[in-house]
Design a binder for this molecule. Structure first.
Ligand code: KG4
Length: 338
């Protein structure tokens, strides 16, 4: 029997809806919220208000692009967490209301599972997908995790950050350089013109597979502070080299642990996901890392690196197939592990 899922994602500052039929993506509509740019970060209250304004047109557009009516839906999938509670509340309440009115099941999705399973998003029957078990490096603004993916609904976190996420390292360092929020894409752009060996920043010495990025942030800050004292034009003159050296250090920290991880858990496939997986340097470095080890690398299309409902639809589709529905009484949650 055919399964058609409408998914809703509203965990942070993107309102998104997607329709997936039998595992094939029919639409993926994303409304990004520009309102936060002026504040240098996401303002939770403004985010929930923007979700409220966006949700009806975004869902209607996703159904229209997919060419289906609400009555054809088999289930509603929704990100129930982790994320900003006020933002999640908008998507979850809307999804519950729609599921009740259509008399179809609600499937709740862990946002992080969505990123990890984003490689299963297909637009055609023939597209390839990763083989289980595979390793996923989840790098976003809020999370940095190495996840062993054993099956669609079975994952184990084998390493994660003990402080900042990789995206935070990009964004916070970019902020002290005076770059707009979010700084990650600006660092990426500047890094392409800089020398990655121009500056040395400290790297953490954390045992096992866990990450830490707060020391790098401090060392970056001190380099800037000491040099700006001598020359107020230091940042402007060196911005490409600073960006390239910062990016190279973050990549090196990410790959050091990945190298330990594949020794401990030999896998044939490796995937990356989350906003930072849009970074050109990260994409290239992971591809090279895998090639050297005979591992197949799964690098997502850039549109699926940031928050999108297509990944939620896929994760929801796999849960739906296993009959894992969500009671309508369950509320959104702000924090959780995989
Ligand atoms: O997954 P995501 O959209 O949502 C959150 O977890 O919030 O990730 C957003 C993060 C931000 O830190 C942003 O700076 C980073 O992804 N990012 C990038 C790039 N594009 C987005 N970081 C480095 N290079 C990029 N090209």
């Amino acid at each position: 029997m055919s399964a058609t899922i409408l998914a809703i994602e509203s965990s942070c500052d993107d309102t998104s809806a997607s329709v997936v039929r039998d595992g094939i993506m029919l639409s993926n509509v994303i409304a990004s919220q520009k309102v936060h740019e002026a504040y240098g970060g996401v303002v939770p209250e403004l985010a929930s208000r923007a979700h409220q304004q966006n949700i009806v047109p975004v869902v209607s557009e996703a159904l229209r692009q997919a060419g289906i009516s609400k009555e054809e839906l088999s289930a509603i999938a929704v990100t129930r967490g982790p994320g900003l509670l006020g933002s999640l509340m908008v998507g979850v309440s809307f999804a519950k209301g729609l599921a009740i009115s259509l008399g179809i099941p609600l499937v709740d999705v862990n946002h992080l599972h969505g990123h990890v399973l984003s490689h299963f998003i297909r637009t055609q029957e023939t597209d390839e997908v990763p083989d289980f078990p595979y390793m996923a490096l989840l790098i976003s603004g809020g999370n940095t995790q190495i996840v062993l993916v054993k099956a669609y609904n079975e994952m184990e976190i084998v390493g994660q950050t003990i402080d900042d996420a990789a995206g935070e390292a990009f964004d916070k360092c970019a902020k002290v350089m005076g770059l707009p929020y979010p700084g990650g894409p600006h660092i990426d752009r500047l890094a392409a013109e800089g020398n990655p060996e121009a500056f040395r920043f400290s790297k953490p010495h954390i045992p096992g597979l866990d990450y830490s990025f707060s020391g790098l942030k401090t060392s970056f800050l001190y380099t800037l502070r000491d040099n700006v004292k001598e020359d107020p034009g230091f940042i402007e003159k060196n911005k490409a080299d600073l960006a390239a050296s910062l990016q190279a250090t973050i990549i090196s920290i990410l790959l050091d642990k990945l190298s330990k991880a594949v020794k401990k858990y030999p896998v044939k496939h490796m995937a990356i996901g989350g906003g930072v997986s849009a970074n050109s340097g990260v994409r290239e470095a992971v591809a090279r890392f895998c090639e050297r080890r005979g591992i197949k690398a799964w690098i997502p299309a850039r549109v699926f690196t940031t928050d999108n409902a297509a990944m939620v639809a896929m994760a929801g589709y796999f849960k739906y197939l296993e009959g894992k529905y969500c009671p309508l009484s369950l509320p959104p949650y702000a924090r959780v592990d995989i």
